[in-house]
Design a protein around this ligand. Structure first.
Ligand SMILES: [Zn+2]
Length: 148
């Protein structure tokens, strides 16, 4: 009991336990096929990166169009996150090993990269994904910084 306050990747055991519960809940919701639409809209804001500046109706439309695939990906991410909880690596950046940080995990329990690595990944995705509207760099950076 004396070690209860010991932190792992910036998270206490209680915090990790809470994330685990939330992840399990999320997984169950996906598997049951209920509330997926709403959940997806909530959890994928970061996946969508800087698309937040688009009209919400546009987001809604594109979400519906790729829901099938996204639902699958979400489930996979949730399961991977749960596996990391079991391994004791939850909260650790899978790329550089840094702490992902409480704030970021609160916003997105399935986060597997720290904000710096995530930005790097998104930059690469932006270069490789066609059909995205080019965004102003200043706006993008501003949005990222506000994420903490
Ligand atoms: Zn990292």
């Amino acid at each position: 009991m004396a070690t209860a306050n010991k932190k792992q990747h910036g998270l206490t055991k209680m915090e990790i336990a809470r994330f685990k519960r939330e992840l399990e809940q999320k997984r169950d919701e996906v598997l049951m096929g209920e509330k997926v639409m709403r959940m997806d809209l909530q959890t994928s804001q970061e996946d969508l990166m800087d698309e937040a500046d688009l009209a919400s109706s546009d987001i809604d439309q594109s979400m519906r169009m790729r829901l099938g695939n996204r639902e699958f990906l979400l489930l996979k991410k949730v399961e991977q996150a749960l596996a990391r909880v079991e391994e004791g690596t939850y909260g650790e950046c899978q790329s550089c090993g840094a702490d992902i940080g409480m704030k970021r995990l609160e916003a997105r329990q399935t986060a597997e990269l720290c904000i710096a690595c995530k930005e790097e990944e998104e930059r690469k995705e932006n270069l490789s994904v066609h059909g995205r509207k080019p965004k102003s760099l200043g706006q993008t950076l501003g949005a990222k910084l506000s994420l903490g």
